[in-house]
Design a protein around this ligand. Structure first.
Ligand code: GDG
Length: 466
């Protein structure tokens, strides 16, 4: 069996239970093969002189997984991470051209850091390693590895949405970026809609022609593409909801809100998540359905994210003032409509909180998948489940058709759906939850990693045969 080498922007410590969706998924696949996980340590060095330790790779063994991490310089962090990854690719891939900052210096640093990662990874590779690269930070990594003579099978998974061709074309170097993907053997996306966008981009911009086995031929190379919707560890998450911490949290929330109906949002504070639109829809609910006043309470957890990027600090003030305004308008001495928490909440507390909530509001303006939607379903009591209100623009909506699907730009339409969720009869809640649960069980995190890795291994066979 080949060794698995995972490359992602950040390497998380697999011993920490707080690790998010990607880390859990990656850890499980790595443990099966005793693999290597390579990426940025999260540390930043001030030195530009080449002195210090930023060029070194640190090796660490955790169980049967090897971690290989390196630091970034301040300049690399600014141009590669904050600049190109999060001020160009993140907004454009989420359809927010208005927020993108196309600065040519970011592009140069992004290329340079990808080349540096490649040159640090190369000496660690074995001939039959299977390499799995994750996300938009590392699009050109395989091309850099190939230029250094790497002939391993390399797969890439994009965790965020693939935009339609005309949006992609706004990136000045879009052709270079998309051509870089053809250095991989397999490129995986979250949903069939993302695959369709990529296919139509390479057909219209690069004259690609389709080949059998979901392959596309362009730029003198062929690449296999597919949709591999990411899932969660369903049993692991349900177990957390009924473990001691989960039960304590559940009981505390049920007691505190015994006379109220709890609605919940859990997101990074990110403009793609549609938080102001959600708060406005909740305000509309209170205006249109006054029976919810003094009763419905929205707990919005917005964990701090990318605070060095200006669009995120603007969003933070916008949320502060929106939540203040709604509480000022509708709040009573003994009731506040919105509890807005701009902090990270411990992971062990989330399942109990999900289970105590009558409704989850997962209403991004655009999202690759959205794991919170799946975690909410997994944490419910099947005999008295809560209702998921889900944006049709989340990748998860392509799978979770039994959620109440909404258009988050439509404030009144969303408010009507929230009311429907709050008043949904028990038998309908149970029926919908059962279908949703079977969806997330069928396409769980194990399915995700094994179907991607099987396809990558199979691609190797196909290529060698042809
Ligand atoms: C990217 C794509 C895709 C959130 N707040 C807290 C907290 N979380 C956890 C949630 C969940 C994870 O973070 C968020 O995952 P999402 O999928 O919702 O969103 P992104 O971070 O944008 O992830 C996305 C994903 O990659 C995987 O492919 O689904 O579309 O954008 O697990 O529970 N966890 C803790 N405290 C918090 O305050 N502990």
């Amino acid at each position: 069996m080949s060794r698995l080498v995972v490359v992602s922007n950040r390497v998380a410590d697999p011993r920490k239970a707080a690790a998010g969706g990607l880390a859990v998924a990656v850890k499980e696949s790595l443990e099966q093969t005793g693999g290597l996980w390579f990426g940025w340590s999260g540390n930043i060095h001030d030195t530009e002189s080449g002195q210090g330790t930023h060029g070194e790779v640190r090796l660490q063994t955790v169980g049967n997984i090897k971690l290989a991490t390196c630091d970034l310089t301040q300049e690399d962090y600014a141009g590669y991470y904050l600049g190109y990854a999060n001020d160009v690719l993140w907004p454009v891939f989420h359809y927010r051209l208005d927020l993108a900052n196309f600065d040519i210096r970011f592009t140069a640093t992004y290329r340079r850091v990808n080349r540096q990662f490649a040159s640090r990874l190369m000496p660690l590779l074995r001939a039959d390693d299977l390499i799995w690269v994750h996300d938009y930070h590392l699009i050109p990594l395989a091309a850099e590895l190939r230029a250094m003579g790497c002939t391993n099978r390399i797969g890439f998974f994009l965790h965020i949405p693939m935009p339609p061709p005309l949006i992609m074309a706004a990136i000045p170097e879009h052709e270079w970026l998309m051509r870089s993907l053809f250095a991989y053997d397999l490129v995986g996306f979250q949903s069939p809609a993302d695959v369709a966008h990529f296919t139509s981009y390479v057909e219209s911009e690069a004259g690609a022609s389709p080949l059998p086995d979901n392959r596309l031929l362009a730029f003198n190379r062929s690449v296999r593409v597919g949709a591999f919707p990411i899932g969660i560890d369903v049993d692991g998450f349900s177990d957390l909801a009924t473990a001691q911490d989960g039960i304590e949290m559940f009981n505390r929330m049920r007691e505190e809100y015994s006379r109220r109906r709890l609605l919940l949002g859990v997101d990074r504070l990110d403009y793609s998540k549609g938080l102001p639109q959600r708060v406005n829809a909740f305000r509309e609910l209170l205006a249109l359905y006054p029976e919810n006043r003094n009763s419905a309470t929205l707990i919005q957890i917005a964990s701090p994210s990318r605070e060095d990027v200006s669009a995120y600090s603007i969003l933070r003030s916008q949320m502060d003032s929106l939540c203040g305004a709604i509480n000022g308008e509708y709040g009573e001495l003994d009731w506040m409509p919105v509890r807005y928490i701009h902090r990270n909440v411990a992971r062990k507390r989330l399942p109990g909180l999900y289970r105590a909530s009558r409704v989850a509001l997962v209403t991004p303006l655009r999202d690759g998948m959205n794991l919170v939607a799946k975690e909410f379903i997994a944490a419910q009591d099947p005999t008295d489940p809560g209702v998921l209100v889900l944006s049709r623009f989340a990748g998860a909506a392509e799978q979770l058709k039994d959620a109440l699907l909404v258009n988050p730009y439509d404030t009144q339409g969303t408010a009507h759906s929230i009311q429907r969720a709050l008043t949904m009869p028990l038998d309908e809640r149970i029926r919908r939850h059962k279908t949703l649960m079977s969806q997330i069980r069928q396409f769980d995190v194990r399915w995700w990693s094994s179907s991607f890795l099987d396809a990558l291994a199979q691609t190797a066979t196909t290529d060698m045969a042809s």
